[in-house]
Design a protein around this ligand. Structure first.
Ligand code: GLN
Length: 536
């Protein structure tokens, strides 16, 4: 069949979890045998989130093909277990960039270039792009922001146009809103939803299905009232109650019949049963942990949960795999020093040092790593966390007191972490790091090799600096092992300390590829090591 399109918009408030609803719907459709993908259209002007500070929109998620994308793509991959790509995340900036580049090339033949039709045409082209590959039966498009924002208008207009350009049964629109509970009145309030839907209808889009986030059950009368006032069929008002885990949401949506309503709207009358056995198995382990293990995540963006989203989710997956609950303690690296490290990290059974950029909080990371190394606490460093493990080793084992990364100390006499050769002539900041998946060969007999159980792996990257291999021989002689390297360039991808119970750090970001059904092996092994440490 030709691909069908589902559009998900949001109203009333931001942060209602549109990405989770979109991903849950995708998961249900996939579990019925459909080939599904999800894409996110973000209304901001940045070409991509790669240049954004994590405090703005949380983590920047990196795809296999090296796109720096919105963190919702992480949810899409975790729920579906399939890779997304550059095409799955489009911003207003990217749309305008394409149109303006074409204008400069003379492609518009002297016409006045306008939001309608030129910008909306480019939005529509991209909305249909993945559907045209033939790889998918259903393409779900999530539009970022809330309806009524000035910025999201061209996207809503593009959906309106597609609704009448495509066959009626090729498009289904879902609007996610909030139904607040007013404790003082003891009532659920439907007016914000009605107003939000009216706003959408003003723009020419009448949603087929309304999904309502709420703290309380929506009774039949409230649902009927909303259906009547919002012009949707009875039964097409779906509730999404707060769930104990985001991975519960697909099951809640199945119970509410969201996917069945969508399939009916798309003219599909008969469809296979949903097979969610693996997800249920994961949830069963998640909800019945046999123990709790305390792990520190040392970083500088700890005030914002979303800044380390993929790492946190990886711990949820790895915990379930180990039948335990991983209790993550955020440790602000800026506030960590030799005076308080024992007090802060002493109670932890594992220490993860997070990725990052720049000087702020860097010395605290070195202190955390020294503590883990000298106290035998399981340690896992990611990207900057790995680079700081190399710095710590150079300073405290090799005795090079001023060893550093040239990212922050360009004049150090011991640049153990240095800018990659091909970065030396790069000045532009957007999309110029070493990004996406690269091969890594693991050395037999090492911890890394035993964790993966294979010689060749592929993991994703996002960095400009690397292990300076001029120091490799000296470090190896002193007890550090480069257990993973890029087979083409020799770049050091994994380091470990064979003398330590579990000390491993990676230049790549394993957290991007962890899913509930396929937990990332390093996280699984790290949590297992933390459990063992706790018992001892
Ligand atoms: N700032 C370091 C680099 O650019 C590490 C990046 C990261 O942790 N993602 O190499």
């Amino acid at each position: 069949m030709d691909a069908k399109y589902v559009f998900v918009t949001g109203g009333v408030a931001s942060s209602l979890g549109k990405g989770i609803i979109a991903a849950s719907l995708a998961k249900l459709l996939q579990s019925r045998g459909y080939r599904v993908t999800i894409q996110k259209f973000d209304p901001y002007i940045n070409i991509d989130p790669g240049t954004l500070n994590p405090y703005e929109h949380g983590e920047c998620y990196v795809t296999e093909d090296g796109a720096e994308t919105d963190l919702d793509l992480g949810h899409y991959e975790r729920f579906l277990g399939v890779h997304t790509s550059q095409a799955n995340n489009v911003t207003t900036g990217r749309i305008y960039h394409t149109v303006i580049t074409k204008e400069r090339e003379g492609a518009y033949l002297g016409k006045t270039v306008q939001i309608v039709p030129h910008i909306t045409d480019e939005i529509k082209r991209r909305m249909l792009l993945l559907g045209k590959t033939g790889d998918y039966d259903i393409v779900i498009t999530e539009v970022g922001g809330t309806v009524g924002d000035m910025e999201s208008q061209p996207f809503v207009e593009a959906i309106r146009q597609l609704q009448w350009e495509l066959p009626e049964e090729a498009v289904c629109t879902i609007h996610l809103t909030l139904v607040p509970y007013l404790a003082a009145a003891g009532e659920l309030k439907t007016t914000p939803t009605q107003h939000s839907v009216q706003m959408l209808q003003h723009a020419g889009v009448s949603p087929d299905i309304i999904v309502c986030r709420s703290e309380k059950e929506l009774g039949a009368d409230i649902r009927n009232k909303m259906a009547r006032f919002c012009n949707v069929k009875p039964g097409c008002v779906i509730q999404s109650i707060d769930a104990p885990s985001i991975y519960q949401v697909p099951l809640n949506m199945l119970e509410e019949g969201l996917d069945q309503k969508v399939l009916q709207c798309l003219g599909v009358g008969i469809y296979p049963e949903a097979n969610l056995a693996k997800l249920k198995d994961f949830l069963c382990r998640l909800y019945n942990p046999q123990s709790v293990v305390d792990v520190a995540v040392v970083g500088k963006y700890v005030e914002l949960q979303d800044a380390y989203k993929s790492i946190l989710e990886s711990f949820v997956h790895a915990g379930a795999a180990n039948h335990c609950k991983v209790k993550v303690h955020y440790v602000h690296s800026e506030h960590l020093d030799k005076g308080n490290v024992e007090e802060v990290l002493g109670p932890m059974a594992g220490i993860l040092v997070a990725p990052g950029f720049g000087e702020r909080g860097l010395e605290g990371k070195v202190v955390a790593i020294e503590y883990a190394r000298t106290h035998g606490v399981p340690f896992f460093g990611i990207c900057l966390g790995m680079q700081m493990a190399v710095v710590e080793f150079a300073r405290n084992v090799l005795g090079y007191a001023d060893a550093a990364s040239t990212e922050v100390h360009p004049d150090t006499t011991h640049p153990v972490i240095d800018l990659m050769e091909d970065q030396k002539n790069t000045t532009a900041k957007g999309g110029t790091m070493r990004l996406g998946a690269y091969d890594c060969t693991l050395l037999p007999g090492t911890l890394a090799h035993s964790i993966y159980g294979q010689d060749l792996i592929r993991e994703r990257h996002r960095h400009r600096y690397e292990f300076n291999s001029e120091y490799l021989a000296e470090m190896e002689a002193a007890g550090l092992k480069a257990s993973g390297r890029n087979p083409q360039t020799g770049l050091v991808e994994v380091i470990e300390l064979p003398e330590h119970p579990f000390f491993l750090a990676t230049q790549f970001h394993p957290e991007y590829k962890s899913t509930p059904e396929r937990p990332q092996p390093i996280f699984v092994a790290f949590v297992a090591a933390a459990l063992k440490y706790k018992k001892a």
